[in-house]
Design a protein around this ligand. Sequence first.
Ligand SMILES: Cc1ncc(COP(=O)(O)O)c(C=O)c1O
Length: 320
Amino acid sequence: MPLPGVVEEIRQRSLGRINRYPDMRGWELVERLAALDGVEPENVVLGCGSSEVITQLVSLVAGPGDEIVYPWRSFEAYPIIVAGAGATSVQVPNRPDGSHDIDGIIGALNEHTRLVILNNPNNPTATSLSDADARRVMEAVPSDVLVLFDEAYFQFNTDPDASVALDLFREYPNIVVAHTFSKAYGLAGLRVGYAVAPADVIEGMRKVSLPFAVSDVAQRAALASLDVSQELEGRVKLIIGERDRVVAALRSQGWQFAEPYANFFWLPLGESTDAAAAAFVEAGLSVRVFGGEGIRITIGEPEANDMVIEVCRQLKERGL
Ligand SMILES: Cc1ncc(COP(=O)(O)O)c(C=O)c1O
């Protein structure tokens, strides 16, 4: 759901202008985001969702013969975007708890590496990346290789040890941060995200960006969302509260899984995944199934969360 007032704002200020092209660079939003994140407008580029800014970055830095290192399993678009640029994916399997294998990521670096992607919290395993682990990666990566911190769900990350990419951006010269209005802000259908990066990287990303990709409606909705940041905080708090309630209920049923730090959690079901998935479908719940690996369950309304708890109880009863 968009935040309150956002739909009305679009209706009043944007719908009457859809015969016109949007501001190509989205300066008003760029300036607002730069002020919010404590960087210069030259450090910000918009995209048609953070998917587009990730695509801009990958096509800027990598081509045939180049390697991009990232954890796996992670956001499903990474391999597609890397393949689209003609580059090679180097997927580093997560640790058994679903978190990034930092030694593995560092071990995968070589002279062909052009980019490292870190996803915090990780989709779909909901694990958090600690500041210490992020710094280990930054110390190992040569300064002419970029590191992308994809923080699509950062508003939900309550881990006190979590890395904060915007803080690291001020310390290291080779960091790109991707944020989006799709998740906590509830604007997935409008497609607006952005990156914070060194000015020369942003300049390159703008050159490879899709012209006019971010519509005026999307820019207005993003600006209106930033106007109601208190509502965002309230919504995020509610979701985190529900997440903690569901996790506590499942733990008391005997489920073991890593602490989730996103607006979803991950049940590592391995071979039982398909059987468990059938139970969720039967209950009318929509969950994301990764055959043979596990299920990602998004925190929803309290009634839906209650149903999740009940299905999990039944699964435990069946010995899964
Ligand atoms: C980790 C991660 N990054 C980025 C995205 C892209 O989101 P969008 O393109 O809507 O900003 C997603 C969407 O699911 C995601 O899970």
